[in-house]
Design a protein around this ligand. Structure first.
Ligand code: ATR
Length: 461
């Protein structure tokens, strides 16, 4: 979080209710990464939106977002409205102007940028939009604006679809009962109803042949991450995305308006990872640490098999990503070079784990390199990645387990007495770090592999 001082600018989001908003995560991270001295807060407005907005303008608030239920009502409090927002009929971003705020809609361009990120360009395509509420109206406008040639709009209440179709001759309202009359083709499909928010919700259209027409699917719902719509399309191997990317980009575009800048994609990517972790968390992974020979690989593989999880070894990941062996990395760049790569791998594993949480399923067992705990920066990363188990073994057990292994650079060279001493020193040096980093310590010296696996399972679940 940025330091707050006399020059800190105020940003915020107005809504009712507002306590569950994710916008502060996005904007405060953007402020931090872009080096902007500003803070973004939720603002609960009970009912008088006009008084609130005027008061915030008078207080020099540098930028505001507007969410439910004020996206229309806020218009009466504005100095000007961007033509696009006017057309969509909803304002979600306020930018200070002379004598008052000007209103914009960044939801629609946000969705467009989210699609571009997926390599989807609506220009010249045909689309099917399901649902005819406020969100659907913005999606239809976006598609028309960005060149979609035809949009079939299906809704349970046909009159609402007809109303949206008044926006453009390219929008064709379709009765729910006629959804199979849509010609065969390859469509961008948008799910804009509230169906899927609740666990017991099914599909509005429960007909496989309908979904076979999709070449790409987007569900505006982002929580849960996989609605029945997304599940259905994924079953058909169709690429999909959910509304979290739209949430991200509408915020990025608002931020760009407020500070008159462009947020680089590498920063957007960092905010994206943080946002995913915030909302979906990472999967329930098991992280194994311990001195070399403590059993991380053998135990880890068996554990993964028993729990139906994927097994990952950080050293193997490093080799895979670098295209070099651990020994080669040590020889070329020394231990500091290796540790740097190791930290990067930890970070990306954590991001990928958040990504995978968008797909339901079991987590990973991650076996780590023996020296991973030596770098302070790695400790929070390990904890973020999952529950950390330290597999403890004493010097004699460790010596017996590793004495014939030449693949370990830190143990290479020297006779067996020297090796024993080196192990003893290393264990002494690292013991405290392992303990500090771990959530649970497992004594492995007097146990076989199955016993260690069982103990971890018992203490993990
Ligand atoms: P938003 O503004 O977020 O788009 P909305 O205006 O409440 O939300 O729109 C909700 C959409 O979900 C509408 O298309 C609605 O269909 P109707 O216009 O027929 O009401 C659709 N929807 C909600 N619950 C539904 C249900 N149980 N079955 C079918 N459609 C439903």
């Amino acid at each position: 979080m940025n330091k707050i001082d006399g020059k800190t600018k105020i940003l915020g989001v107005i809504g009712n209710p507002i306590q569950h908003t994710l916008s502060p995560v996005i904007h405060n991270t953007l402020c931090e990464l872009m080096g902007i001295n500003a803070v973004y807060v939720p603002i609960h407005v009970e009912n008088d939106i006009e008084v609130a907005v005027n008061g915030l303008y008078a207080s020099s608030v540098s930028g505001l977002n507007i969410t439910v239920p004020y996206k229309q009502d806020v218009m009466k409090a504005l100095k000007g409205i961007d033509p696009l927002a006017e057309k969509i009929g909803a304002v979600n971003t306020l930018v200070p102007d002379d004598g008052g705020y000007k209103g914009f809609n960044t939801d629609m361009p946000g969705l467009y940028r989210a699609l571009c990120r997926q390599g989807v360009d609506p220009d010249g395509k045909e689309a099917i939009v399901i649902g005819a509420g406020g969100a659907s109206r913005a999606v239809c406008m976006m598609l028309v604006t960005y060149g979609t040639s035809k949009i079939y709009l299906i809704n349970r209440s046909f009159d609402k679809a007809e109303k949206i179709a008044e926006l453009s001759s390219k929008i064709i309202p379709v009765r729910l009962s006629d959804c199979n009359s849509i010609p065969e083709g390859s469509y961008l499909m948008f799910q804009c109803t509230s169906l899927g928010l609740k666990e017991e919700d099914g599909l509005l259209i429960d007909d496989d042949s309908f979904y076979e027409k999709a070449e790409f699917g987007y569900d505006l719902i982002y929580n849960p991450p996989e609605t029945p719509f997304i599940k259905k399309l994924k079953q058909n191997g169709v690429p999909c995305d959910n509304g979290l990317s739209m949430l991200l980009y509408q915020a990025v575009i608002a931020f760009e308006y407020w500070f008159d800048l462009t947020v680089p994609e590498n920063i957007v990517e960092k905010v994206w990872n943080k946002l995913k972790k915030e909302i979906y968390g990472t999967r329930p992974n098991i992280v194994l640490t311990g001195y070399m020979g403590s059993g991380k690989t053998t135990v880890g593989k068996k554990l993964a098999e028993r729990l139906g999880m994927t097994f990952i070894d950080t050293d193997e990941e490093i080799v895979k990503r670098e295209g070099r062996t651990i020994n080669e990395i040590f020889e070329a760049e020394g231990e500091p070079g290796f540790r740097k790569i190791e930290t990067e791998v930890l970070k990306s594993l954590s991001d990928e784990s958040a990504d995978m949480s968008m797909i339901s399923g079991a987590g990973q067992v991650i076996s780590t390199g023996g020296g991973i705990v030596l770098k302070k920066e790695n400790m929070p990363l390990l904890k973020e990645l999952g529950k950390v188990f330290y597999l403890r073994a004493d010097e004699a057990v460790t010596f017996n387990r590793v004495k014939n292994d030449s693949s370990r650079p830190l143990l290479k060279s020297g006779d067996s007495e020297e090796l024993k001493n080196r192990i003893s020193n290393m264990i002494k040096e690292r013991k405290g770090y392992y303990e500090l980093t771990s959530d649970i310590i497992i004594e492995t010296g007097d146990k076989n592999v199955d016993e260690v696996v069982n103990e971890i399972i018992n203490r993990f679940t």
